[in-house]
Structures are given as structure tokens and as C-alpha cells.
Design a protein around this ligand. Structure first.
Ligand code: F6P
Length: 564
């Protein structure tokens, strides 16, 4: 069959930093060898391809037999993992080493899901600070708080039961909680509805509270820093909405908060019994496991929430102990490196075949793009190789009817992950079976393609005129070799979701080590925030931006429209 190479055409990709020239050269030669083949040909030549290129661990089956790679190329990639000291870096992560160099911090989100770790275990200390003891204390406090709201023993200012919770936060203080709440809707308590407000423009806030009663509403303000413009703006709107109806004393009964910034929580009026601590060693996009996940815990209850944590912890154990060739995060990481750095894919689509996971791609966008969207190495020198791809996606089968055309026949180079539960999240197995059939069909079509010869044979079979066959056949060709993996599991329950999230967190870590970048900082979001502070007055027409005529003209136009 004809196959269109996915590899970047402009010369060879730049070598990764990891190791000897030899290692890079050997990866390039694997790439060139495979470029002359196709997934279809590789599969035809190796009946054991599935066994060779799939791993099942912790209830997750990773089938990467539709990637344009084979066992020798994989061995080359695993040599790269060794050469870039990923095993040492994994140890450092769990031991609380300073893995976030620019902010001089460890990244100990993994400690938040160590539920089973009892008092007898070796303490994990940062100086004098006992991480495990602090995590246990906050876990117990969040648990007690959630229980009191769910049971109805904690009431609003007028003595009414809380029926609605609104999580106010953005980025990591929103995307993880909203993704998990949606994913685990089947486990939610119908008597306590959970809503999310993140966006700055006030629309989401207005739409959300339009359906709520202040006396029965609890706001959870989630902000690691408690300085984020969006969250503070929405939190102030919320406070006004509550106090206008219930008076100033109602704040204590209708607000809880999660932050490292206790002074700011004081200023806002958050009581000590309803504030939960974060720590600077938990990054925003890694914070679902902390009290930032309170909205999820309120939705599904503490037991289920702790199953989510336990799932994350199971993936941590796997990441620390599984051999590299069977290690799910390591494999997902190197497949990404292969597709990005060797095959030239600059975007990666995540396609869950369960509507419950509809916010999973958005959640991964922050996790991956804030973590691996970097252009300097840990020591500040520019990288000379590609780092994180664009991450995007939508649930199948909706995605099939919007952008799959481009993925099948367009010229963009896109790799893909399909996420597939075997059983229905809503007890409708017949519909889920159809979804599964579509998922597998698409994955096969992307990998195998449809050749010109096949297209011609199909059209001849329909008794078309030979000239018409010649015209139409090229349009029906699917080049194939669109690299994709399937991540299948039995069902989308809290533990499985925890495993999935931790899997992607660790995938990002593996890639960051190979690319020699810091996955735990996000300096790229600062410049725009600083400019926006200055422009806020200009948009309102209170300040002229005299040093920038281009912008001044635009502000004038906006001011004109505002004043009409
Ligand atoms: O947009 C950048 C960012 O700092 C994210 O990393 C973070 O998750 C988000 O803003 C929200 O920050 P905070 O929780 O401090 O309000």
C-alpha cells in the first residue's frame, strides 16, 4: 500500500540532550527503517505484534501496536530512558528532591494519595516539616467537612440544608475538579449539585447563580495563591450575591476556601474551620488530590474520593517499581517522544469514548502544555529539540463527525490516544458497545489506511465507469500510519480515574526528564497577566496608553462602543 511518511521533511530532527551520539543515530536509523514500512506491513509480518506492543497493568491496557514502531525501536527508546537517568529522576520525585529548580521546590503531589501510609512509616520530611503528617491532618479535615455538608448537619445561615456547591477557581483549581466531577457523575449524590465557575467575564457566574438560592448555596474558593484575578473577581461577585440576600454575617456559613495564602483568606473572611491548606510543593495542575479536590469529594463523597486517591497511589507504585518495558508512564512518555521528536507530530489528540470524560482533554491540555511547553533547559540554555506538542481532543464519536476527516486525510501530523472503557458508565451497554466498535474501527483505519488499489477495487465493484473510478479513487485513499494507542479499562470508576490521571502526570514527568525541562513551573503565563493589570484601566477609558498608538486606537474604539 502507499504510505505517506509522517516524518518532518525539513532535515533531520535535532538530537535530544540525553546521551551519546550513537544512541541518537540508532534512533534515527530505526526511524528511517520504519519509514520505509507501514503499521499494516509490520502487523502482517508479526502475528505477535499485539503481545509485543501492549502492556496491561493496574487494570489499564495500553495497546500501542498501532504506533509506527517495532520492538527494536522500542528498545532504542528505552535505552534513551536509561541514558537520560529517568529511573534516578523517578526516585528523586518521590523522595522530595528539588525537582522544580526555578522555584526551588519539590513536587510532592504523590504524597497526597498515600492514604495507606500509617504512622509507622518513615516520615517524609522537608526540613522540619513532616509532609505525611500534614497531609493526613488536612485529609481528615476535608473528609469531616465534606461529610458534614453531605449529611446536612452543616447548614446555611438561615438553617437550611446546602443543596448546591459552587467551586470558584481556574486552571488547576478548576480543570481537575470539573473533569473528575463530570467523569464520576455516576457516583454523585443527587441531593448535592456541584457547579463550577472559572471564567473572568462574569457570564458563567451569572448563568450558574441564576438557578440557585443563596440560602442553600455553598461557595468553595479554590486558589493556591489566592491572588488570581479571575478567582478573586468571581469570589467577590459570589460574596456580594450572598450578602445582598443574607447579610454580611452569612459569609462564614456560605464560603469555604483552599489556599496556601492564609492572610488572603483572612481578608476575604474565610473562617479557620472552613479553610484548607495547600502547600507550595503541590503544583496547581497537580493539585486535584489535595483539598482543591473538595468539590469532587462533595459530589461523590469521601469514600469514593479516597478511592480516586488510592487509584493514583497504585499508579505511583507501578511507576516506581515496574520494569521500564512494562512501565505505563514510561511507555506513554517515550511513545510521545518518538512521535514528537522522530516522526515530527506537533499535535496530539486525546479521544475518550465515554462522554463522562468530556473534560479530560481540557484537563490534559493544562497538565501537559503548562508542563512541557518550555523552550529552555533546566539550566536556562535554549533547547535545540522539540518539546511538548499541542494537546487537544473531544469525546468520540462526536469527534468522528467534526475533525477526524483532517486526521485521516489531511497533511497535519497528529498522534492520538483513544480512551476506552469496556462497560457503560450509565448502564447502557448496547450503546457503549457501539461506541467501542467505533473506537476500534477508527484506530484501525488510522493505522492501516486504505490504499489506492483498495479504493479502485471498491469502485470497480460498484460498476462505475473506469474514468469515474480514476477520478474518485485518489479521494478515497487513507494514507494510514497515523500513530495511535488505545488505553482500555473495565469501567470508569474513581480508582480507574485516579490511575489515568496519575499515569498522565508521570508521562509528563518522564518526557520532561528526557527533554531536560522543568515540568513544574509556568513562567509563560506571567507576562500576559502583568499587561492585563495595566490595561484594565485603559479598557475602561480611565487611562491612556500613550506609548502604543496601535493599542490606543483599539482602546478608543472599544471605549466608543462601551459608551453607547
Ligand atoms: O494560569 C496559571 C496558573 O498559575 C496555573 O498554573 C494555576 O493552576 C492557575 O493559574 C490558578 O492559580 P491559583 O490556584 O493560584 O488561583
Amino acid at each position: 500500500m502507499s504510505s505517506v511518511p509522517l516524518t518532518a521533511t525539513a532535515g533531520s530532527p535535532a538530537p535530544l540532550p540525553f546521551a551519546s551520539h550513537d544512541l541518537w543515530q540508532s534512533l534515527l536509523s530505526h526511524r528511517d527503517r520504519l519509514r520505509g514500512s507501514s503499521v499494516r506491513a509490520l502487523a502482517a509480518a508479526d502475528p505477535d505484534r499485539f503481545a509485543r506492543l501492549s502492556v496491561e497493568a493496574e487494570g489499564l491496557l495500553l495497546d500501542y501496536s498501532r504506533q509506527l514502531l517495532d520492538a527494536p525501536a522500542l528498545a532504542g527508546l528505552l535505552a534513551l530512558v536509561e541514558a537520560s537517568s529517568v529511573p534516578t529522576a523517578i526516585q528523586e520525585l518521590f523522595e522530595g528532591a528539588i525537582v522544580n529548580g526555578t522555584e526551588q521546590r519539590p513536587a510532592l503531589h504523590v504524597a497526597l494519595r498515600e492514604l495507606g501510609v500509617g504512622p509507622g512509616t518513615q516520615p517524609l520530611r522537608l526540613g522540619d516539616f513532616d509532609v505525611r503528617a500534614a497531609v493526613r491532618t488536612e485529609r481528615a479535615r476535608a473528609r469531616a467537612f465534606a461529610t458534614s455538608v453531605i449529611s446536612g448537619s452543616r447548614k446555611g445561615a438561615t438553617g437550611q440544608r446546602i443543596t448546591d456547591v459552587v467551586n470558584v477557581g481556574i486552571g488547576g483549581s478548576d480543570l481537575g475538579p470539573v473533569m473528575a466531577t463530570e467523569a464520576l457523575k455516576s457516583y454523585a449524590n443527587p441531593r448535592l449539585r456541584v457547579h463550577f465557575v472559572s471564567n473572568l467575564d462574569g457570564v458563567q457566574f451569572a448563568d450558574t447563580v441564576a438557578e440557585l438560592e443563596p440560602a442553600k448555596t455553598l461557595f468553595v474558593i479554590c486558589s493556591k495563591t489566592f491572588t488570581t484575578l479571575e478567582t478573586l473577581t468571581n469570589a467577590r461577585l459570589a460574596r456580594r450575591w450572598i450578602t445582598d440576600k443574607l447579610g454580611p454575617n452569612a459569609v462564614a456559613k456560605h464560603f469555604a476556601a483552599v489556599s496556601v495564602n492564609h492572610a488572603a483568606m483572612d481578608d476575604f473572611g474565610i473562617g479557620h474551620d472552613v479553610r484548607f491548606t495547600m502547600w507550595d510543593w503541590v503544583g496547581g495542575r497537580y493539585s486535584l488530590w489535595s483539598a482543591i479536590g473538595l468539590a469532587v469529594e462533595l459530589a461523590i463523597g469521601p469514600e469514593r474520593f479516597e478511592e480516586l486517591l488510592a487509584g493514583g497511589h497504585a499508579m505511583d507504585r507501578h511507576f516506581r517499581t515496574a520494569p521500564l518495558a512494562q512501565n505505563l508512564p514510561v511507555l506513554l512518555g517515550v511513545l510521545g517522544v518518538w512521535n514528537r521528536n522522530l516522526l515530527g507530530c506537533d499535535s496530539h489528540a486525546v479521544l475518550p469514548y465515554d462522554q463522562r470524560l468530556h473534560r479530560f482533554p481540557a484537563y490534559l491540555q493544562q497538565l501537559e502544555m503548562e508542563s512541557t511547553g518550555k523552550r529552555v533547559r533546566r539550566d536556562g540554555r535554549p533547547v535545540e529539540w522539540d518539546t511538548g506538542p499541542v494537546i487537544w481532543g473531544e469525546p468520540g464519536s462526536n469527534a468522528q463527525h467534526s475533525f477526524f476527516q483532517l486526521l485521516h486525510q489531511g497533511t497535519a501530523r497528529v498522534s492520538m490516544d483513544f480512551l476506552l472503557p469496556a462497560t457503560s458508565s450509565v448502564g447502557n451497554q448496547a450503546s457503549q458497545d457501539l461506541a467501542a466498535a467505533n473506537c476500534l474501527a477508527q484506530a484501525e483505519a488510522f493505522a492501516n489506511g486504505y490504499s489506492l488499489e483498495e479504493a479502485r477495487a471498491e469502485l470497480h465493484g460498484k460498476r462505475l465507469e473506469p474514468s469515474r473510478v480514476g477520478e474518485l479513487a485518489p479521494h478515497k485513499v487513507h494514507p494510514g500510519d497515523r500513530p495511535n494507542s488505545i488505553l482500555a479499562f473495565q469501567k470508569l470508576d474513581p480508582a480507574t480515574l485516579g490511575k489515568l490521571v496519575a499515569l498522565y502526570e508521570h508521562k509528563v514527568y518522564v518526557q520532561s526528564v528526557i527533554w531536560d525541562i522543568n515540568p513544574f513551573d509556568q513562567w509563560g503565563v506571567e507576562l500576559g497577566k502583568r499587561l492585563a493589570d495595566r490595561f484594565a484601566q485603559a479598557v475602561r477609558g480611565e487611562l491612556a496608553i500613550v506609548d502604543n498608538p496601535r493599542l490606543e486606537a483599539l482602546f478608543d474604539r472599544l471605549a466608543g462602543w462601551r459608551s453607547r
